[in-house]
Write a protein that binds this ligand. Structure first.
Ligand code: 13P
Length: 250
């Protein structure tokens, strides 16, 4: 945790949730979230952003999208502009998740353009970075993530209070996590890059850890220096688990 920084616990629901169960989950998170110090955000599928935002309005939990297009509008069938997410009630948007980098070949420049569009629409981008297992085994994890940081964050990222999520790809949905030492080293490297890129702002930007965060390991991970919150996948689909992780942020 970085002193003086309010932790952020974000739930990435991925492609899970129909209206009935999604709204029930959101309401349960909102009810339990009132007593929690960390800032909370849930990122439902795009079809539920508006309904979840309406159900959460005025409460302690913000809503985010899981992706947006880089363009403000236009002929992009199936895509969603950042302004549309904002209009639907979102305040955050996850960008450059490894699942999108892999499935849609999103590159660092794509992610950077999307983050620019998100900031222009008044959204806070949560930009995901993280290495494949091969690079971790070859000792190249920090090099790979440093390149993603250099390529994915637009100039306005610091002023916009942008969020970085470090999600080692091999830790997502596997029940495996890096050692505490490896997480701490990666977050320290990311902090140094943010401070260098955004002088006067990088010190306070939040760096989340993501990848198999559960109630049982959250406290230890969130206690590490420069871990300012978590991006939670599977455990965010169970309100009690998500809230337990949020409580572990102190
Ligand atoms: P899991 O928490 O299910 O490992 O997913 C992490 C993730 O990808 C969040 O964006």
């Amino acid at each position: 945790m970085t002193p003086g920084v309010r932790p952020l616990i974000a739930g990435n629901w991925k492609m899970h949730g129909l209206a009935a169960d999604g709204l029930a989950l959101a309401r349960a998170v909102a009810t339990g979230g009132a007593a929690i110090r960390a800032e909370l955000v849930v990122c439902p599928p795009a079809t539920l952003v508006s309904a979840v935002a309406a159900a959460m309005a005025g409460g302690p939990v913000a809503v985010g999208g899981q992706d947006c297009h880089a363009a403000a509008k236009g002929a992009h069938t199936g895509d969603i502009a950042a302004s549309m997410l904002a209009d639907a009630g979102a305040r955050f948007v996850i960008l450059g998740h490894s699942e999108r980098r892999a499935a849609y070949r999103e590159t660092d420049p794509t992610v950077r353009s999307k983050a620019e569009a998100a900031i222009a629409a008044g959204l806070t981008p949560i930009v995901c970075v993280g290495e494949p297992e091969d690079d971790r085994l070859l000792g190249r994890a920090e090099e790979v993530v440093a390149a993603q940081i250099a390529g994915s964050l637009p100039p306005g990222f610091g002023a916009a209070g942008g969020v970085v999520a470090y999600e080692p790809i091999w830790a997502i949905g596997t029940g495996r996590t890096p050692t505490e030492g490896d997480i701490a080293a990666m977050h320290a490297m990311i902090r140094a890059r943010l401070v260098a890129a955004f002088p006067g702002q990088g010190e306070g930007l939040r760096i989340l850890y993501g990848g198999s965060v559960k109630p049982g390991n959250a406290a230890a991970i969130l206690a590490l220096p420069h871990v300012d919150g978590a991006l939670v996948g599977g455990a965010s689909l169970v309100a009690e688990d998500f809230l337990a992780i949020a409580r572990a942020a102190g």
